[in-house]
Design a protein around this ligand. Structure first.
Ligand SMILES: Cc1cc2nc3c(=O)[nH]c(=O)nc-3n(C[C@H](O)[C@H](O)[C@H](O)COP(=O)(O)O)c2cc1C
Length: 337
């Protein structure tokens, strides 16, 4: 890779991710409707679902569920699992089979209190025996790519040794690639990622590393280009929620976007996939809290939609804002979200 070019396409177990740009798993955001919108723009190698409770999958209708269903135009989709024990994992993977996942990802990173209370995500990363048991079962039943998304674990004087141990464990158990989000589990997204670790970890493990954290577009990536040496891919989270076209624009900086049309399109997509209006309204609100960052006075859009009691009101209020040709923020901020 030259200083300013993306890494080459990433192939895992014969599945090619081209370009090696990934849309991050984001609970409340990367449901089927949002993935459909990002897919309309294209430019990525794969989209991750939001984390899916391995146990809940067993009760879902895979063809209808707005978390599970996928459309052909989405291209490659990697399903992320929140697994707490190895029990019944094989059944969960079987259940996903009709969707033909292009990969299965294990969440070893989520630091949300609710997930950690259940001992999932970042807490699973701490528990080597349980992590190994879960990965072993997954490896035995996942025939395609198996990836794991990790943070740095809990902050402690031994964190670097533990990280090396986990890298070895995951490689020994046959994982195909890792996403590294280099923050400790108690750090929120305002803390600067430890950029130096991408190259360090990539050099240490033989596994392909997908770098994640604060990548808002090519400029942010280029600003740290040296620190991404050796990484196999890049994953974008919040900026994809703010600008669902971020992957397309990576390749085509001149891409013109009609913001009002995009917001309304996602509103319609959400309405199609989420038949329960409460769930649909919640998704419209979550998306709008990110999308509003596109505008200089986006807090007006954010507050108007956030306080809407129903979908119709949300749409009316959003369109009152969007129709007035609101000024665009030159580079939307991810501060505080
Ligand atoms: C609203 C939201 C939901 C998230 N949900 C998940 C999730 O389901 N699984 C996961 O591994 N990470 C989750 N994350 C973390 C992101 O995948 C990503 O690691 C983080 O946002 C840093 O990347 P970014 O700086 O590009 O946003 C979530 C982040 C946000 C903002």
């Amino acid at each position: 890779m030259t200083r300013f070019s993306l890494p080459p396409p990433l192939t895992l177990r014969g599945v090619r991710f081209d370009p090696p740009l990934f849309c991050a798993p984001m609970a409340g955001l990367t449901h089927s409707a949002f993935r459909r919108l990002v897919a309309d723009f294209g430019g990525y190698g794969a989209l991750f679902t939001e984390m899916l409770s391995a146990r809940s999958i067993l009760g879902e209708n895979v063809g209808r569920s707005p978390w599970l269903r996928r459309r052909p135009q989405e291209g490659r989709v990697i399903y992320q699992l929140l697994a707490l024990t190895p029990d019944r994992l094989e059944e969960s993977i079987d259940r996903l089979a009709p969707l033909a996942p292009d990969g299965i990802d294990l969440n070893g990173a989520c630091a949300a209190p609710l997930i950690r209370q259940q001992r999932g995500g970042a807490d699973l990363f701490e528990d080597a025996d349980r992590l190994r048991a879960i990965v072993r079962v997954l490896r035995a039943c996942v025939t395609g790519p198996l990836t794991v998304k990790i943070r740095l674990g809990h902050r402690s004087p031994e964190w670097r040794t533990r990280l090396s141990e986990r890298l070895r464990l995951l490689a020994d158990e046959g994982v195909d690639a890792l996403t590294l989000h280099p923050r400790f589990s108690d750090e929120n997204l305002s803390r600067t990622p430890r950029y130096a670790l991408y190259a360090e970890v990539a050099a240490e493990t033989g596994l392909p590393i997908i770098a994640n954290g604060d990548i808002s577009g090519p400029d942010a990536w280029r600003a740290h280009a040296a620190e991404y040496t050796g990484v196999a891919g890049l994953m974008i989270g919040r900026m994809a929620a703010i600008r669902p076209w971020v992957f397309a624009q990576w390749h085509n900086p001149e891409l013109a976007v009609n913001h009002g049309e995009v917001w309304n399109r996602l509103f319609d997509y959400i309405g199609e996939d989420f038949t329960r209006t409460g769930q649909a309204l919640a998704r419209v609100k979550i998306f709008t809290s990110y999308f509003a960052r596109n505008f200089t006075f986006g807090h007006t859009l954010f507050s108007a939609v956030q306080s809407a009691p129903d979908l119709d009101t949300a749409r009316t209020r959003a369109n009152a804002f969007l129709a007035a040709q609101p000024a665009l923020a030159r580079s939307p901020s991810m501060d505080g979200i």
